[in-house]
Design a protein around this ligand. Sequence first.
Ligand code: GLU
Length: 475
Amino acid sequence: MRLRFAPSPTGYLHIGNARTALFNYLLAKKHRGKFILRIEDTDIARSEKEFEKGIIEDLRWLGIDWDEGPEKGGDFGPYRQSERLKTYREFAERLLKQDKAYYCYCSKGELEQRNKELLARGESPRYDNRCRNLTKNQGIEYKLEGRRPVIRFKIPERMIEINDLIRGKVSFDTRLMGDFIIMKSDGTPTFNFAVVVDDILMRITTVIRGEDHLSNTPRHIMLFEALKAKIPEFAHMAMTLGPDGSRLSKRHGATSVREYRRLGMLPEAFFNYLALLGWGTKESQELFTKEELIKEFSLERCKEGAAIFDIEKLTWMNGLYIRKKEPEELVRLSLPYLKEKGLGGEEDYLRKIIVLERERIKKLSEVPELIEYFLVEKIKFDPEAVEKVLKRPEVKEILTSLKQELENLSDFSAGSLEKTIRNWTKNKDLKTKDVFHPLRVAITGRTVGPGLFETMEVLGKERVLKRLKGAERKC
Ligand code: GLU
């Protein structure tokens, strides 16, 4: 099996396209076939090198690797359409020679006018095949007028049926279509033509792509037939929608893989979540390793209905993956986010902090805010906590006295701290909550966090005493 992902570098890798890449990749790997990356950059005005680079980086980040493609090479390259223009011209020539294509001199304005007329009559706009039977002389005349022709494909009139691997039988009546352009007047191919020529030459056996391409498929099939090539199998995946059922857009939040990378999603989590967008096992299993996905994936279990991209679920899943990470690795992954906020610390100290906070991290971008109080000299106090907890009349005395008790404590481990503070509370005839709450606010500035004694152990004696002193001033 040979499958391909064929992005157009007109933007960064969109969630929907990343899923297309993933499904092609999974199926290729499952059948020990080849996965090919092809850059479809014939739209010169909209394609950018920067986007191509970005797409490649994001695919690599996701853990999707290809057997053939730009930079990597392969037997059927080049894998960038802009480097294959000569080939498309040759194929178009072939169709012209066989009378399966023709030059069309109609101008944009003329076409627009005719489409307007069709619309006014309640018909859908399409080319009226006017230049199909031009005489040689008419062609020469048009050329002399300075018109630059496009090349159109002569559509055979018939029904076309495809057996889509996800959607089943779908049929199209070509009588409703006009002859379509395969080569533009600037000598570059149209998307429909380049795709087919490349799928033929790159020996693609299976095309998995978004449903938005379904209406192009009959055109592709006619071209495969005209070029006497084997037609690949097709699988059109339903679109990805936002939670409100409308097409996924900026309105729903980030839509590119890059943005989720920045937010601190882990590639493993993202890979896993993407696979569940429109696919699932009978048992509705949610967590999969890459190897499991390669083993389990099948087009039969792809859903025909739209997939809903739910950021909350992705975030939840990311949290699960974060919890499975070794603390050392989590520290390494968090460092860029900390640095961005001007935070940092000794590796060993950071590791201990991360062990404490790991359960609460849902994405790496939350790490700085979550652990900031461990890393700064002057902690920020939650004003409400100061008001409701520290300002209570008895608190100042409790903190002062507790500070003295802790000054004499040599074993500052969580166990020893708990025993000491509980005993002290009991001896003073106080309730635990009346001591623990102010103590937490005093040393962290917040009302919630990981275990109080574990937090104190990680902060260490010196910091804890300093913070108690500082908090006294707030009481
Ligand atoms: N270049 C097309 C796109 O980005 C994909 C074409 C295809 O998969 O056939 O939508």
